[in-house]
Design a binder for this molecule. Sequence first.
Ligand code: GTP
Ligand code: MN
Ligand code: MN
Ligand code: MN
Ligand code: MN
Length: 211
Amino acid sequence: SKYESYGRAGDSKEDFDIISYADAKSQIYADFMHASHAFIFARRPDDILWDLYKARGAVLMQMRFDGLLGFPGGLVDPGENPLQGMNRELEEEIALNLSLHRLVESDHVVSFVNKKKNIVLHFYGKEVSIEEFKKIELGNLQASDYGSESMGIIRPPLFTMGDGFRGLPAFLSNNFAGNARQELLMGLEHFNLLTSQEVNKAIDSWMDFTS
Ligand code: GTP
Ligand code: MN
Ligand code: MN
Ligand code: MN
Ligand code: MN
């Protein structure tokens, strides 16, 4: 898919390589900083918006303190492994009820390394029902980091409107933390919320309309 290459071509600030989860957690990267972020989502297979667009799903992203969009998550602290850091950050940033929704090793999706910045980024994903998703959204306002690190959660639009830009392509033209834009596209394809053709089309529309 195009998200493999556009990051390098279009985004000179960041330089991430995909690495295996085993390597990412091994001695090779023991001296690197690690951070973990999560793609929490629900499917909405039957929801049509305004009789026009398939809703596809609800994906939880956030407006961060730095004005960039990203997923909930954060730095893995000393003494934690990436998964432990993931669950702690989800509790801090969105008040995720870990007794119901704790992420597990098999929720890992992809890991990246940025060798210039000495950081490894781990990305996890978790499907919940739309009812659970709405409860998670409501609980977010009670999170200890709401109003400081997290300035509010959002659902990215997953459809594209008739003008070919509004919707997901316009959303992609925002500024993202780390490689969160790439992770959004990978997550949508990984969990079959969009096909790889639909992901590629959204990337093309975003780039056509913003260049
Ligand atoms: P503090 O508790 O204040 O230290 O913040 P944090 O631990 O929550 O860390 P943060 O979420 O800011 O993430 C740390 C690193 O991950 C930074 O280098 C960010 O650029 C990067 N980052 C932030 N959000 C995302 C994201 O959604 N995806 C990816 N891949 N990286 C991100
Ligand atoms: Mn945090
Ligand atoms: Mn964070
Ligand atoms: Mn933190
Ligand atoms: Mn913090």
